[in-house]
Design a protein around this ligand. Structure first.
Ligand SMILES: Nc1ncnc2c1ncn2[C@@H]1O[C@H](COP(=O)(O)OP(=O)(O)OP(=O)(O)O)[C@@H](O)[C@H]1O
Length: 685
């Protein structure tokens, strides 16, 4: 009888990268195996060690009784269980393990979408006195240690090749679920020579890698990724409660290692450092940009790209990802939410798994104009209550995301209202389908008047581009990059060149204190910077003239901020508690602000709360924000959410806070217009 079971690892183990300890465990099928773990110290993991005996590979077979396409198949054994045979198949659905033991058959499949990578390794030379060879059973040994093929530490007496397959299996629970780390180890030892066993293991590795990457499975050869460029990672050590460095080294670096994605890690030195970095560097050296921090650092990088003359190419060629270490984390939460990825229990893990997948979705970007600035926003523009809470709760940064709740209570008690005018251009809303909202008029076509401009190199320096804007571009003046010494840049490397990766990741990973981490990584920085030029102002496509900063990007279709509103717009004048324009579902992890929003629906969701709203209405609004039940079910005189494609807010005074993507801007006239699908954000699938 054949039954299908879900794989349920039953042990929790942890250890250093490269120092993998074997331990006998009960595997899910009740058999004994070897637990082999790679470097997520806190992950639970289990693995079965299977030893290759048969070498009958068959490509593209039709699996018996299943529609799956089978790419590879092999029979393995567990040495401690003489009557147990595993048939392992690699199909277009995933890795299928079929166990036959004493006449009973059990089957489980590890879905492809849960696998992030695999690596071929060799066993490590043991200390003198202990023996090891191909005939030794791993499960009977007390310890299995594996190393890279050419590490110099390999055990020449063991000609086996070990394939480690890394999967993060989705477990659903009442609270939404979580991903559990699982390692499958396949030991290939059919041949007398390591080279032959390794060739077999490499075949599996190549096919798994191709399937995971969504590439056609070629005749199995050593795998070469299509894009060999590294990922650029920019980390804000000051984001959230200041733990981004530790988070990265403990939770993110191991995942990049497992997925064999090489990267350069750069630590920001001060505010706007990241913005200048992406403005002046040759960003095409990298395959994408991942920020480790909050929405503020994502905003910096996005705007840095729009400050490049070649902004359109840069925005198009460089998808951006975020690993949440901030206090709000609105974008990271939105992406996970829309793709139904468990986030709450392990947000860093969820997002790290996302960025190594190499997929992206188009992202709406809103061009925002104030009296003195032009900027590009991906999250929200706010005035009043929520912005006040965001900015004023900064003083409670040490308590993390809780600061918003605490300050909400405070502001509800001491409620403020603001005089002003709000105008907007209503959007045409169509039914939304999918996370990216692709079904919505091809990503925003329904917005009509505000289609994305395709003009190249249109200079939009706010001082010069259009009459009536006036004022100084706040980003002008002396360029931070000119006097910034990038010697604190950290460059770590994972990936195909594992020899060079190993010592770096080890020293980085094993460091227990911030100080030792810093010193252990400086060497790599030095090498990397020498190769790529120390001075960021000399190597960027802008020729190093970073002292004169211009904001480029698509030109506006709106009237100037000082000009009259067109007749097609609607205007509300009076006293407001808040006005908040949002284009992501979540403004922070706990703030499910615009439930209908999609990443590229071409819609700005404009929430207007007018003065006169009762405290109880406001309380239920604030309480409902975490569950998305904050909006009144019936049309309400005081609280309304309007889908718009452009808006303008004109405060009568300068009281209250105004924010763009959670960052404070001057309180004054501000307008925004959506450019559907202008950017690219990394998503899980
Ligand atoms: N090295 C640094 N030192 C001080 N400030 C920095 C540094 N790097 C970046 N910043 C600034 O820190 C601010 C906040 O960063 P970030 O958004 O990463 O964290 P956060 O505010 O805690 O998160 P969120 O925006 O999600 O609430 C940004 O405005 C950024 O310009």
């Amino acid at each position: 009888m054949t039954t299908t079971t879900t794989y349920k690892p039953k042990v929790n183990l942890s250890e250093e990268l490269g120092e993998r300890h074997g331990r006998e465990i009960e595997d899910d099928f009740g058999g004994k195996g070897i637990a082999v773990v790679v470097p997520d110290r806190n992950a639970s993991a289990a693995a079965i060690e299977l030893q290759a005996e048969a070498a009958a590979h068959q490509m593209i077979l039709a699996a018996a009784g299943s529609a799956a396409t089978v790419y590879l198949t092999e029979t393995f054994y567990i040495s401690s269980k003489k009557n147990t045979v595993f048939e392992v198949r690699l199909t277009d659905k995933g890795l299928c393990l079929k166990k036959q033991s004493n006449g009973a058959t059990k089957e489980q499949t590890i879905p492809l979408k849960d696998i992030i990578g695999c690596r071929c390794l060799r066993s490590k030379r043991r200390s003198r006195g202990s023996s090891s060879c191909t005939c030794a059973s791993i499960s009977s040994s007390s310890q299995l240690k594996v190393v890279e093929e050419n590490s110099g530490e390999q055990d020449e007496t063991d000609v086996s090749a070990y394939l480690y397959i890394y999967a993060y299996i989705l477990k659903r629970s009442r609270r939404g679920g979580f991903r559990e780390r699982t390692t499958i180890t396949l030991r290939f030892r059919s041949f007398d020579r390591y080279e032959d066993n390794n060739r077999e293991a490499q075949k599996w590795r190549a096919s798994i890698k191709q399937l995971v990457a969504g590439e056609p499975v070629q005749k199995p050869v050593a795998y070469q990724p299509r894009d060999t460029r590294k990922m650029l990672i920019i980390l804000n050590p000051k984001s959230g409660s200041g733990k981004a460095r530790e988070m990265f080294q403990q939770r993110v670096a191991p995942i990049f290692a497992e997925a064999e994605i090489p990267y350069d890690l750069h630590i920001t030195k001060k505010s706007n450092w990241a913005r200048e970095f992406v403005r002046v560097r040759d960003v095409y050296l990298w395959r994408g940009i991942v920020v480790v921090g909050g929405d503020g650092i994502f905003f910096e990088v996005l705007n840095g790209l729009f400050e490049r003359e070649d902004w359109q190419t840069a925005i198009d060629e460089l998808p951006m990802g975020i690993i949440p270490c901030g206090s709000g984390n609105g974008l990271a939460k939105t992406v996970s939410f829309l793709y139904e990825e468990p986030f709450e229990t392990k947000p860093v893990l969820a997002s790290a798994l996302m960025v190594v997948k190499g997929k992206h979705s188009m992202l709406d970007v809103v061009r925002v104009e104030t009296r003195s600035n032009i900027m590009f926003s991906f999250l929200s523009v706010g005035w009043g209550l929520i912005s006040d809470i965001d900015i004023e709760s900064e003083r409670l940064r040490a308590i993390g995301g809780q600061r918003f709740t605490v300050w909400s209570v405070h502001r509800l008690i001491s409620l403020r209202t603001y005089q002003g005018k709000v105008s907007y251009l209503p959007a045409l809303v169509s039914p939304v389908s999918g996370a990216g909202g692709e079904g919505l008029n091809g990503g925003g076509g329904g917005i009509g008047t505000l289609k994305h401009s395709v003009s190249y190199n249109t200079t939009l320096n706010c001082r010069d581009c259009r009459a009536g804007l006036g004022g100084q571009d706040g980003t002008n003046g002396s360029c931070d990059a000119c006097d910034t010494n990038f010697s604190d840049v950290l460059s770590l490397e994972t990936g195909t060149n594992l020899d060079s990766f190993r010592p770096r990741i080890d020293s980085w990973y094993s460091a227990t204190s911030r100080k030792s981490t810093y010193f252990s990584t400086v060497d790599s920085v030095y090498e990397s910077d020498k190769a790529s030029n120390d001075d960021p102002t000399q190597c960027g496509p802008n020729g190093g003239t970073a002292s004169h900063v211009q904001m480029y990007g698509p030109p506006s279709r709106l009237p100037a901020l000082t000009a009259a509103i067109p007749d097609s717009w609607q205007t509300i004048a009076g006293e407001f508690v808040m006005v908040h324009a949002a284009y992501q579902t979540h403004l922070s992890t706990e703030c499910y602000f615009a439930p209908q929003s999609r990443l590229n629906d071409g819609i700005i969701w404009l929430l207007i709360i007018r003065a006169g709203v009762s405290r109880s209405q406001l309380l239920s609004f604030l309480l409902g924000l975490s569950s998305g039940t904050h909006l009144p079910l019936q049309p309400n005189e005081y609280i309304q959410m309007v889908p718009v494609s452009a808006f303008r807010i004109e405060p009568a005074g300068t009281n209250g806070h105004m924010t763009v993507d959670g960052e404070k801007v001057e309180c004054g006239p501000i307008q925004g217009e959506v450019f559907p699908s202008l950017g690219k954000v990394m998503v899980p699938k």
